[in-house]
Design a protein around this ligand. Sequence first.
Ligand code: PLP
Length: 415
Amino acid sequence: MDYFNYKDNRLFAEDVDINTLAGKYGTPLYVYSKRTLVEHFRKIKDAFEGLDTLICYSIKANSNLAVLSAMREEGAGFDIVSGGELYRSLNAGADPAKIVYAGVGKTKEEIRYALKTGILMFNVESAEELKTINNVAKSMKKKADVALRINPDVDAHTHDYITTGKKENKFGIDIVLARTLFNSARKYMHINLIGVDMHIGSQITTVGPYLEAIKKVAAFIQELRADGAAIEYFNIGGGMGIIYNEEKPTTADSFAGAVKPLIAGLRLKIILEPGRFIVGNAGILVTKVIYNKKGRNKNFLIVDAGMNDLIRPSLYGAYHKIIPVNVVKAKVELYDIVGPICESSDFLGKDRHLPRLDEGDLLAVRSAGAYGFAMSSNYNSRPRAAEVMVSGSKYSLVRERETWSDLILKEKKTK
Ligand code: PLP
């Protein structure tokens, strides 16, 4: 469900014609629909009603300040994984008491920044990190609130690169080791162990892996409690999948319906860290055809967005629907839609049927709101795209297109 629809054969974001935005801001252009964003947040929030729940939007999916402030207005907290994400969330007006901080490689400097800010808690991913947090907190004469991130060793049945809860993954702490760590954590004078956390992967379309993991982690929480631990929070992570093509992901209601019976009796505050579910279908990437190139075996639509703008197809073989911005009656042809970058892996979609398109025609890559702009780069010295947020019939440029001079701004020639 989203608000990118055709009206009179022209694609609109809510009430704004995509042709208008492309004309005004150029391409490649990310366009977000605030209504789609907010409604997805509310779907999760409403589904968990009745439980004491904090939804921490996972900034890594899309960290534009306009997205963050829309989430803040809805009462969301934030899930961060770096000092930079903390800086961004504070700039968007986030309440530090609603920020949780995960990530396997937090540096001392980042830990200090988070302690100074007064975040809700760190999701600790190793014994070594716990020790470092204790030392940094000690040097600041503070106590750090932490949750242990458990690696429950379950298969989330998603792409290998976005699986995070199997024992061979670098994330979280093995449940047996966590037990030992819990005992040593008690000796740390500058650590308050207040929570237990898990996050098993991304683009998970069934609830089964969550139930398996939650059962394991809930049993662990009960053991800790029996040992006298004052656990207040259970963070069940993010990862809920969306429709890119033909997937039939669990809805927020059925997800919550299945999960609630396992967590309600724990009488804990529940944290969720959704990213993709909220923002994935709230964004499109608009791109323009540069050439319609006839190859020997293939027709290529060479467009002005490349893997530096949207890396998901190249990185994970991810599928994004690609549709024309203007519906025309023309002969349907088979195309590979590729970018201008000098890599054979630079494609947005392969073997797509589209009406014949030519130089200057616009295409929209759907479901590009999550891990789209956030993963973009300047590869091939390409300035990054602009971003626009639409709300009803209003729109605003929420990130300017980079320029060629931006590309060399931080660089110096040797003498
Ligand atoms: N929480 C953590 C710790 C993550 O690593 C991620 C993404 O990998 C998320 C939340 C958000 O995942 P998603 O965007 O799939 O909801």
